[in-house]
Design a protein around this ligand. Structure first.
Ligand SMILES: N[C@@H](CCC(=O)N[C@@H](CS)C(=O)NCC(=O)O)C(=O)O
Length: 221
């Protein structure tokens, strides 16, 4: 298999797909697609030759392309007999709701607080919308951890935990976790110490930060 992935400091979508493949223990080659300007246009045009969405991540499996991060995560889960989602149907539906929440936006937080900003030396303060989404996430994570008993959201590690890794990085590289969300803080520490997460982040930190012009004012230029 070949995973076409955005540069490691600039593609949270690729990060999630890569984490699921790694945590499933699957072997794959990684091809890095340069998303920085001015290379971006040509790089994505090359991806468009084999992937209808012309975006990354894209996973080539034999002669088939899986061209969406959530589909790649679900494929990784299928390849390990469903071990990366809960077996019980209601719990599995909750895990998929969390995945879908992340996948369809976390729109108050993700658009302007880009993954690229995790690597900036000078951080701005989060906006009111970003803070509101962060609180919603923290409350949902704590609720899951209390219901499941932890140590991961659904008990054992699942796609739901992996989906949130880049978002955790986005928020908590900008602000400390408030002490009232202690369960979430413990879960984040555990998750961020996983070998897979550490490997990606170490590679990402070696790259030059990708500065986005709309970062300073929360993306509202
Ligand atoms: N829904 C897609 C989104 C992927 C996505 O937007 N990837 C970005 C890079 S992180 C991209 O390739 N964008 C191409 C473009 O904007 O033209 C997925 O989950 O894979």
């Amino acid at each position: 298999m070949i995973l076409y992935s955005g540069t490691k400091n600039a593609s949270s979508w690729s990060f999630r797909a890569w984490l699921a493949l790694k945590e499933a223990g699957l072997r794959f080659d990684l091809k890095s697609v340069d998303l920085t300007e001015p290379a971006r246009g040509d790089a994505l045009a090359a991806v468009a030759r084999f992937s209808p969405s012309a975006s990354v991540p894209a996973l080539m499996v034999d002669d088939v392309v899986i061209f969406d991060s959530m589909a790649i995560m679900e494929y990784a889960n299928d390849r390990v007999g469903g071990d990366l989602l809960p077996k019980e149907s209601k719990a599995r539906a909750v895990a998929r709701s969390l995945l879908a929440w992340q996948h369809s936006g976390v729109t108050g937080l993700c658009p302007a607080l880009s993954f690229e900003s995790v690597f900036y030396e000078n951080k701005r303060d989060p906006t009111a919308e970003e803070t509101a989404d962060a609180k919603r996430l923290l409350a949902a994570w704590c609720d899951c951890l209390r219901r499941s008993g932890g140590p991961y959201l659904m008990g054992s590690l699942s796609l739901a935990d992996l989906a949130f890794v880049p978002t955790i990085m986005r928020i908590f590289s900008h602000v400390a976790v408030p002490t009232r969300w202690a369960e979430a803080a413990t879960w984040m520490d555990l998750l961020l110490q996983r070998t897979s997460v550490v490997e990606w982040m170490e590679d990402a930190r070696r790259l030059d930060p990708v500065y986005l012009p709309d970062y300073r004012d929360g993306g509202r230029v």
